[in-house]
Design a protein around this ligand. Structure first.
Ligand code: NDP
Length: 311
């Protein structure tokens, strides 16, 4: 019998009996993951109206990159119905899947796997981008269509945000990243998504501080969303990844990081009475959208339960 508070390993999986349907998040490190809390709260909340989900539980497994190829078929054989993936598996999993959704293919990463018995393996999906779109609408009232995005970061989270913003016809996308090579690689993969009107530009953190920086040229009528998808903000005391003197009255801030503290960027944005939100709503939405893929229960039904659990 597995326990949802514990961190399990590949060896534990090998010893598991074929029992009730189960779900899990895989990553390394994994102990900090809030996903078991969110999903188990949703299963508990639904136990009366969806008795068929009553026995379902969600677990965490610490799986190293070199263990993933062996682990995925084992999770399938051991009656797991759905998996979430986090650092470092979202990109490396793609060649191991039987099928990949168009969204995951465009983003170039999968955060959710759905059991497919007919194919005898896993279908890869990505709910991070749609989770981000729901979160910015819900918390900041921002529609990505027609909004100028300034995206800080070029890693996995930034990839999902950027692809989603372009697919939803954002007015422009400016990528600001410490490593130029990584930003250029991201821009290259995004180029096919760009329509003729939406500009796609790359800046270094130093370039946006420059007095002539193109980031200073937004007119007062234009809506600008600053998105932090770097790891800066995860730890208390981290500096803001965005120069605070550039914050302007037409801007809103979505910080994908979350923790028990308020990030320097969110605190400074709120001090200026501008809208700002942290990554918990995105986390809850991406979880609720994965839950829908596994159970057909609409994401809207469980999103608030999940968000309450991590707030
Ligand atoms: P990655 O490791 O793929 O990317 C990290 C990014 O942060 C890179 O752009 C990296 O820049 C940048 N970075 C790291 N350290 C620094 C630093 N000291 N100064 C400036 N830039 C830095 O991670 P992910 O994309 O998976 O995650 C990024 C963040 O997004 C995390 O904080 C994570 O918690 C959050 N996230 C939130 C989710 C949610 O649902 N709310 C979902 C997924 C992620 P460089 O390329 O130069 O190294």
């Amino acid at each position: 019998m597995l326990c949802s508070e514990k961190v399990y390993t590949l060896d534990d999986l090998k010893k598991r009996e074929h029992t009730t349907p189960a779900f899990a998040v895989l990553g390394k490190p994994i102990a900090h993951s809030l996903s078991p809390k969110m999903h188990n709260a949703a299963f508990t909340a639904l136990r009366e109206c969806k008795p068929q989900l009553a026995g379902c539980r969600y677990f965490r497994f610490e799986i190293a990159p070199e263990e993933l190829t062996e682990a995925l078929p084992l999770f399938f054989d051991k009656n797991f119905f759905g998996l979430n993936l986090t650092i470092p598996h979202k990109v490396n999993v793609l060649p191991l899947l039987k099928e990949i959704s168009r969204e995951a293919e465009i983003i170039g990463a999968a955060n959710t796997l759905v059991r497919n018995d007919a194919l005898g393996g896993w279908r890869g999906e990505n709910t991070d981008g749609r989770g981000f779109a729901h979160a910015t609408k819900m918390q900041l009232g921002v529609n990505l269509a027609g909004t100028h995005l300034v995206l800080l970061g070029a890693g996995g989270a930034a990839r999902a945000v950027a692809a989603t913003a372009l697919m939803r016809n954002c007015a422009s996308l400016s990528i600001v990243n410490r490593s130029r090579e990584r930003a250029e690689a991201l821009a290259k993969t995004l180029a096919p998504l760009k329509n003729s009107d939406s500009g796609l530009r790359i800046f270094s953190p130093e370039e946006i501080r420059h007095p002539q920086s193109a980031l200073r040229n937004f007119s007062d009528r234009e809506r600008v969303l600053i998105v932090n998808a770097t790891s800066l903000g995860l730890n208390p005391g981290d500096p803001s990844p965005f120069p605070l003197q550039l914050l302007h009255k037409n801007m809103a801030v979505y910080d994908t990081t979350y923790g028990s503290h308020t990030s320097a960027l969110i605190a400074a944005t709120r001090e200026r009475n501008l809208p700002a939100a942290d990554g918990r709503t995105m986390l809850a939405w991406q979880g609720a959208l994965a839950f829908e893929l596994w159970t057909s229960v609409p994401a809207e039904t469980v999103q608030s339960v999940m968000l309450r659990e991590i707030s």
